[in-house]
Design a binder for this molecule. Sequence first.
Ligand code: AMP
Ligand code: MG
Length: 421
Amino acid sequence: MDRDIGEELVALEQVQRVVLSSCQPLGLVEIGLSDALGYVLAEDLHAAEDLPAFSNTAMDGYAVRADDTINAPVELSVIGVIAAGTAPTRAVEPGTAVQIMTGAPIPPGADAIAIVERTEPGSSPGRVRILDRVSSGAYVRAAGSDLRRGDLVAAAGTVVCPGHVSLLASVDASRITVHARPRVGVLSTGDELVSGTVPLELGQIRDSNRQGLLAALQRDGFIGIDLGVRRDDMDAISAGLREGIERCDALLTSGGVSMGEFDFVKVALQALVAESGGQAYQFKVAIKPAKPLSYAAVVRPDGRSIPVFGLPGNPVSSMVSYQVVALPALRKLAGHRSPLSRRIPAVAADDFERRPDGKLHLLRVVAAMGADGRIIIRSAGQQGSHQLAALAAANALALIPDGVGVTTGSDVQILLTGTLE
Ligand code: AMP
Ligand code: MG
């Protein structure tokens, strides 16, 4: 079915709602921990064993009976040494101690560690002088003090970070079930585009959107598939879209979605949906840059619905549109439970003037920590939708609501697109 939302500007939030509601998390795959970073867990994971599995020492020193140290300094007889990885062979009886290294199991009878820094050699070989009284449990890491068998290690929906990999490895969760990582095709359209190191003829430009979008996909943990450039020709673009839909879980195209004579992407998408099923939308998103957006959920012969984002051609617009519309949808495919980027409060360190036009302006800005601990933002440079220099310099998009803009010192919401300086 074809649905035209009309000539009206549509709020970004509404576009996000329409797009997100047509996307579903990809199927499940089982992977090894070494590949797990960035995947989203598809099921709750419970500890199969206690962590730590046995009580052990947090410090190098002597395993003692705390009661023996009540009158410290005291001398104890050293009856053995336990290194990490070794099981104790003797129990600690009253008046004795076992020398012990970090991570080694606490021997039976002992209930505390006297750290080596607070000991001295005893009055004769084989004896140690414990300088301080130690309390029961001192420097002992009890079995199960991190996780108990059966405890929740990580909930479904968790995005695996290095800490989770460590934790999962500790409890021998060596294979985990996650949502598949989206394979995302990237296709550029335009007769003016050239790729490769060739001199430009008048009217030609270098295809930058494809490279930029592939890099964004890589940053965001998706698998980018380079589908090349297609001419402004209905058949060429239709063939490119078909190939992408067949090979990928989602598709990004750039160019050919506005009002130009040769803007075939939206028409090709509508034709594809009419033929295969699904839904096609042509949005005028109430944002600047990146107003035009073609979006279709195209049903494939295998029944899967493939989201296709017909992003605008202007280089800044294609990236901004990716950031605010495509990225949340791709995150949803990857299994993220909260796919929208968080809006973060910041303070304007420049005046950001604008005119009322019914749109939310997304300015390329540099966000940094201010002296008072709040995030401050400055313009990253010229804000035209063809001006990539500011996009490159920016680490955030500032959301300037419709109106006359904001002055220095005003509160502004931002979306981080890079790391905070
Ligand atoms: P379009 O949306 O096709 O009308 O393109 C809008 C503007 O973006 C034009 O100036 C195009 O030359 C430019 N453009 C389109 N595709 C690309 C691309 N892949 N890389 C760089 N610029 C592009
Ligand atoms: Mg074009």
